[in-house]
Design a protein around this ligand. Structure first.
Ligand code: C2E
Ligand code: CA
Ligand code: CA
Length: 804
């Protein structure tokens, strides 16, 4: 992908340039050091060149000295015979004419005796310094530089005296041209930007050449210029930076010419500093440019190589990240084994991918399985069912769908606790699973509901066989943390394709069949049949009807009860509760009745569960409370000696309704004292009640309201638990009372409940008293109150006239 490498390359180049900065700095510093060194080196070179020039000059003088000494020994010259002398001189001079200005022989008084160049000239030279010095010392002597009379150029005169017995007999003399020196140095200086300056002892310029070319300013006195002063200082050879004759700063090497004590001239060799800097600068610039070019080139190459390398290594990683993003992490397998950071990254990616994959699998498992039992959940089951139906359709096979629901599981859960309930569910799931073939699919729908899919069965009989076997297995006791529990289950079966051709319909019909099994006393299995569907439909219709009639009541806010009575749809019947000692009336239990315009009387055993399932019970209970209180008020006005009215309260109301406030408001509305109202709560509703429910019960008790436990004996209440509740009465379930005369076990239970109640200072009321024998036996057992058909069937409120 070009965009990637471009971006990286750009950044990398930027980094490279930043990184090159210190290198450039170092180069510049090095350049400075180099300049310094170059200057020093230039000084050295200049000095050496100047010394060489001085040596050449001295060598020329020395050579001349020997020539003069040799000539002085010649007898012809000593004779000073003029023509012979001149002939010899001319002969001797010929090969030297390039080097020497002339050759002369002088008499001791300075008179020229003979002369190589101009034989006619015989002037006196006794005023010359070299003559005077040579005579005075009696040895070779050099004079001063001076502009030659014949040549017009600077010449240096010198003489050699021939001394015999302390007296100068004659002298040989000559002069050398300074121009020679410049010619000698011409070659060395040519092409260089060098100044050669020679001045005499008075500061007059003898020679000033630039780049080997004579500038022709001889004679000019520079004694007052810095250079002149420096040269005339009479110091030894050295270097210094001074302005040159044009005032340009220049590096000079200077050296005196001639004997140290009395130099006859001074030589300076100058190099303009600008030239030096220029040379250095071009050097520096080209070096710097070269180094930079090499640096940038090298780094660019490195950058390219690295980008290529990164691209090659990063590409799979980027590809991997994309795969992970697309959720294909499992397929990731990056090359690993390279031991650098990218290699580690690859390994980390591989690890991450496998972690992700296992997490995904775990999530999938969690989403499709029930965490408690590990069985497939509703979701997975639905998918599987769809799939199975497709296969069965294609292969023309029969499927069975079983719905299994534990009987009274709620009671177990409420009385023994959810933890135990969970363990039981787990054990049930395991036991069911053990009975199944590999290809059968058992799933948990939630709560105590299980579904089972039997694929590829030979006929309905197979499904019923499996159902029988499952019911048989479940009926064996379960040992769950030190408890022996007995459970039964109800099963509904629907078949594909006879009962339904799609999953939705099959599920509905298995559910309907289950409902039928429940209705028929539980612990059995039923196949779906058309009338079952009618029952399920009826349930739905009932809910709709109930909703309608309750909405109607709610709409008539002020006096709904009257309206309800008039409509004759929803009403309360009352059953008397009596004192067993004298069979006198103590209270009335309100029991809901529904008279549907089409269906006639509907049993509360049918519509109360529907109301509870749909939540309509809250509204229904609210209505029943008001209606019962209204009736109680009427009775009291009529003089009926009823002490309280008892109203049934559902667990749903207790947990989710606003019961305390409703009770307070209703009592207030009808002006009834708390103790005239008794609330009947089933045993299972308050078992393991949350603290909040207990608080509500206490609040009711504070108002004086009486609390009774309904259907006592059917739950698994513990005495310790009951003690925590603010109770007034226990109502023994009619199931025990009904059979107590024939079943000694039931009688034992009734006896125990009475004893238990009394031990806790609770009144005990027996329900379902149908005969005088029941009443007598209960009286004997010490039970103080009772209720049942024997004393009176539930009837409309008006059926109990006042007893004025
Ligand atoms: P329950 O609270 O146990 O009510 C007593 C039931 O026993 C009533 O049935 C009553 O008619 C019946 N009964 C009374 N004496 C005898 C007898 O001697 N022998 C026999 N076999 N039965 C007798 P009902 O009226 O059908 O009510 C059924 C259940 O519906 C009630 O049982 C109660 O749990 C519930 N229920 C009724 N009205 C309401 C209500 O307003 N609110 C709530 N939450 N539940 C209600
Ligand atoms: Ca009751
Ligand atoms: Ca009851």
């Amino acid at each position: 992908m070009p965009s990637l490498s471009m971006r990286i390359q750009f950044k990398f180049l930027l980094l490279v340039l930043l990184g090159a900065l210190p290198a450039v700095l170092v180069l510049v510093l090095l350049g400075k050091a180099y300049y310094h060194e170059a200057t020093e080196q230039a000084e050295q070179t200049l000095l050496i060149q100047a010394q060489r020039l001085a040596e050449q000059h001295q060598a020329a003088i020395d050579r001349t000295k020997y020539i003069l000494a040799a000539l002085a020994q010649h007898p012809v010259l000593q004779a000073m015979d003029n023509p012979a002398c001149e002939a010899l001189l001319a002969q001797q001079y010929t090969p030297l004419r390039e080097v020497l200005a002339n050759l002369l022989v002088l008499r001791p008084d300075g008179q020229v005796a003979c002369n190589a160049k101009a034989p006619e000239k015989h002037h006196r030279l006794d005023d010359r310094l070299y003559y005077q010095r040579a005579v005075a010392r009696g040895d070779f002597a050099v004079g001063d530089y001076m502009i030659g009379r014949t040549t017009g150029t600077p010449v240096l005169g010198m003489a050699y005296p021939l001394v015999r017995e302390g007296k100068t007999v004659m002298l040989t003399a000559t002069s050398i041209e300074l121009g020679l020196l410049s010619e000698v140095s011409h070659q060395a200086l040519y092409g260089q930007d060098l100044h050669l300056t020679i001045i005499d002892r008075h500061g007059a310029i003898l020679l000033h050449a630039h780049g080997g070319v004579d500038e022709g300013i001889a004679g000019q006195n520079i004694a007052d210029t810095p250079l002149g002063r420096k040269l005339l200082e009479l110091g030894p050879a050295g270097t210094s930076e001074l302005p040159d004759l044009e005032g340009e700063p220049t590096l000079f090497a200077h050296i005196p010419l001639g004997p140290e004590a009395e130099p006859y001239a001074y030589l300076a060799l100058g190099l303009p500093l600008e030239t030096l800097a220029e040379r250095y600068k071009t050097l520096e610039r080209s070096q710097l440019a070269g180094a930079l070019l090499a640096l940038v080139l090298g780094l660019s190459l490195a950058s390219l190589a690295l980008t290529h390398f990164l691209h090659k290594r990063l590409r799979p990683l980027i590809e991997a990240v994309r795969q992970i993003r697309e959720g294909k992490a499992e397929t990731l397998a990056l090359p690993s084994g390279v031991h650098d950071e990218l290699g580690e990254l690859s390994t980390a990616f591989n690890d991450m991918s496998s972690t992700l994959a296992s997490q995904r699998n775990m999530l999938l498992r969690l989403a499709h399985h029930d965490p408690l039992t590990g069985l497939p959940n509703r979701l997975l089951f639905a998918e599987q069912l769809e799939h199975a139906i497709q296969v069965a359709t294609r292969e023309k096979r029969v499927l069975a769908l079983l719905f299994l629901d534990l009987d009274h599981f709620k009671t177990i859960n409420d009385s023994l606790g959810h933890a135990l309930g969970d363990q039981l569910l787990k054990a049930v799931a395991q036991r069911l699973q053990e009975q199944l073939r590999e290809e059968d699919m058992l799933a948990r729908m939630g709560g105590d509901e299980f579904t089972l899919l039997l694929e590829n069965i030979e006929g309905p009989w197979y499904a019923s066989l499996v159902a029988e076997r499952l019911l048989g297995e479940l009926s064996k006791p379960f040992e769950v943390s030190d408890n022996t529990l007995f459970v039964t289950a109800s099963i509904g079966i629907a078949l594909y394709p006879s009962d339904g051709e799609d999953a939705q319909l099959l599920i509905q019909r298995a559910d309907a069949a289950l409902y039928k099994s429940k209705a028929e006393g539980r612990n059995n299995a039923h196949f779906f049949s058309d009338d079952l569907e009618q029952a399920a439909a009826e349930r739905l219709r009932m809910e709709a009807g109930l909703r309608q009639v309750l909405d109607l009541h709610a709409g008539e806010a002020k006096h709904p009860a009257t309206e309800a009575v008039e409509r004759g749809e929803l009403l309360l019947h009352y059953q008397p509760q009596i004192r067993l000692s004298d069979e006198g009336l103590i209270g009335m239990e309100a029991l809901a009745r529904w008279h549907h315009p089409e269906w006639g009387w509907v049993s509360p055993a049918r519509f109360i569960p529907v109301a509870e399932d749909s939540g309509l019970i809250v509204k229904l209970g609210q209505w029943a409370l008001r209606e019962a209180c209204r009736q109680f008020k009427t009775w009291r006005k009529q003089g009926l000696p009823v002490q309280y009215v008892a109203v049934n309260i559902s667990a749903v109301q207790l947990r989710f309704g606003n019961l305390v406030k409703e009770v307070r408001d209703t009592l207030h509305e009808f002006g009834i004292a708390g103790h005239h109202l008794e609330l009947e709560i089933t045993e299972s509703a308050i078992l393991h009640a949350p603290e909040e429910v207990i608080r509500k019960l206490n609040a009711l008790r504070k108002m004086g309201v009486r609390l009774a436990i309904d259907d006592f004996g059917t739950g698994y209440s513990s005495l310790a638990y009951l003690k925590r509740l603010p109770l007034d009465r226990i109502k023994i379930d009619q199931g025990f009372v009904r059979d107590m005369l024939t079943d000694p076990q039931d009688e034992a239970i009734v006896r125990a409940v009475i004893a238990l109640g009394h031990s806790m200072d609770l009144e005990v009321l027996a329900e379902g008293v149908e005969t005088a024998e029941h009443a007598t036996r209960l009286r004997e057992l010490g039970c103080e109150s009772a209720q049942g058909y024997y004393f009176g069937r539930p009837a409309a409120g008006e059926a109990f006239p006042g007893q004025d």
